[in-house]
Ligand binder design. Structure first.
Ligand code: PGA
Length: 254
């Protein structure tokens, strides 16, 4: 049985004060929801403060990015060892990083290796662009991204994958649950090719892209989908709580 995982990717939103207010609003109720791993991924500058606010709760933290080097002349970057003790997870290879900051599959691969070395759990994002989807290239794109990101990586039990079709992110136009389930099945087969069926059946794969409290149910009904990476809707306490609550209720009865 895979424990469902809902992660809130706040992206470049929330000042420290806004972050504190949002976490205060959610912590107690989020903590009480069982059967779902709950992860908040605020901007770097809020991690330490939020860490204190959630201490003693079942809520976990994730970073949104990380450099692959341990230290050095990389102005503005954050290293794996700086995140140790602050967060358990780190989002890697998000399509916004790939698109706006030119992150290649090779860089994502280095980051995955560095995260695992540091004991951080990567949330590895993959997903096809609109034109790739329209050309019927989804299978090829996600399989290639997964294989390149995991090239030379020994069986990564701590890995989480987020399937995020680029055309669904922030657009209000999510994938259908069936389509997402199919593609996640393809990703699981790619993992099976790399590491065997046993590991593939344990790795959690989320869906991401315009997830809301209104559509989470459909995604969570799907057997291959183990949770969600939530952007916009994770910035509203009631929305995020409802997404986590519905996930707990649906995955429990399955
Ligand atoms: P969205 O973002 O939920 O706002 O579409 C998801 C993501 O980019 O992780």
């Amino acid at each position: 049985m895979r424990l469902p995982i809902i992660a809130g990717n706040w992206k470049m939103n929330a000042t420290l004060k806004e972050a504190i207010d949002l976490v205060r609003e959610m912590t107690e109720r989020l903590d009480r929801i069982k059967g779902v791993e709950k992860v908040l991924c605020p901007p770097f500058i809020s991690l330490a403060t939020i860490k204190e606010l959630i201490t003693g709760s079942s809520i976990k933290l994730g970073a949104q990015n990380m450099h692959f080097e341990e230290r050095g002349a990389y102005t503005g970057e954050i290293s794996p060892s700086m995140l140790i003790g602050l967060c358990d997870f780190v989002i890697l290879g998000h399509s916004e990083r790939r698109h706006y900051f030119g992150e290649s599959d090779e860089v994502v691969n280095k980051k995955v290796k560095a995260a695992l070395r540091a004991g951080l759990k990567p949330i590895l994002c993959v997903g096809e662009r609109l034109e790739e989807n329209e050309m019927g290239r989804t299978r090829e794109v996600v399989t290639t991204q997964v294989k390149l990101a995991l090239s030379g990586v020994s069986p990564p039990e701590e890995l989480v994958i987020a399937y995020e079709p680029v055309w669904a992110i922030g657009t209000g136009r999510p994938s259908t649950p069936e389509q997402a389930n199919d593609t996640i099945g393809i990703i699981r087969s790619a993992i099976a090719e790399l590491y065997g069926e046993a590991i593939a059946s344990e790795i959690r794969i989320q869906y991401g892209g315009s997830v809301t409290s209104g559509n989470i149910g459909g995604f969570m009904q799907q057997p291959e989908i183990d949770g969600a990476l939530v952007g916009g809707a994770s910035l509203k306490a009631e929305e995020f709580l409802s997404i986590v609550e519905q996930t707990a209720a649906i995955k429990k009865v399955r």
